[in-house]
Write a protein that binds this ligand. Structure first.
Ligand code: COA
Length: 174
């Protein structure tokens, strides 16, 4: 059975990631999405929230499942009985980092390969960081993420702002 994993931070998942998920699901019998728990990044959404969001946006793709993982992506692939790690490439700027990661993974686990899918041109500019920035400025993110993600972003930001107001870190008009 051909299985693949698609690991990432997904903070939050965007239409660019979804483009890759849909296309990977057409190539493999099963794709397991892996939300990395302890990344160097400090995510806006907790691991559980990111898993829940991914589950919601992929619920209509029957051969995609979502889980979280710790440690190496190659170990996550092996645990998922997958021989392939999917990664999306948006532009040449992604290439150097992704190549280095794929080569390290190949040394760590010669039985696991990395497969790159080029992100569709219409989403090549997207990143989770810019989506978060736009959301923090209370601007419309509907071109970047599905409605469910936009709602979770709005809730999260309002919650953060409320907590900051309560702790005196934000003025009342924010
Ligand atoms: N569309 C839109 N955005 C995309 C994208 C796409 N198709 N593909 C990547 N991105 C963006 C993301 O939005 C994200 O943006 P941000 O940096 O602004 O948040 C960025 O590209 C990369 O995010 P993501 O794809 O979620 O991956 P990552 O770089 O955060 O995580 C792992 C990469 C999880 C695969 C990697 O860190 C890993 O394998 N970690 C485990 C340890 C390990 O095995 N390391 C490798 C050997 S040393």
């Amino acid at each position: 059975m051909s299985r693949a994993v698609y690991p990432g931070t997904f903070d939050p998942v965007t239409y660019g990631h979804i483009d890759i998920i849909v296309r990977a699901a057409q190539q493999f019998e099963h794709v397991t999405m892996g939300v990395l728990r302890n990344s160097a990044k400090t995510p806006l959404f907790s691991t559980e929230e990111r898993v829940k969001i991914l589950e919601e946006v992929t619920k209509d793709i029957p051969n995609v499942s979502v889980t979280s993982f710790d440690g190496l992506s190659v170990d996550f692939a092996r645990l998922s009985h997958a021989r392939v790690i999917i990664r999306g490439l948006r532009a040449v700027t992604d290439f150097e980092y992704e190549l280095q990661m794929a080569q390290t993974n190949r040394v760590l686990a010669p039985d696991v390969d990395t497969m790159f899918l080029t992100t569709s041109l219409s989403y090549a500019y997207l990143s989770s960081t810019t989506v978060r920035e736009v959301a923090f400025l209370h601007e419309d993110v509907s071109k970047f993420v599905p409605p469910y993600v936009a709602e979770r972003l709005q809730e999260k930001i309002e919650d953060l702002e409320r907590k900051r107001r309560e702790s005196g870190l934000l003025s009342d008009n924010k």
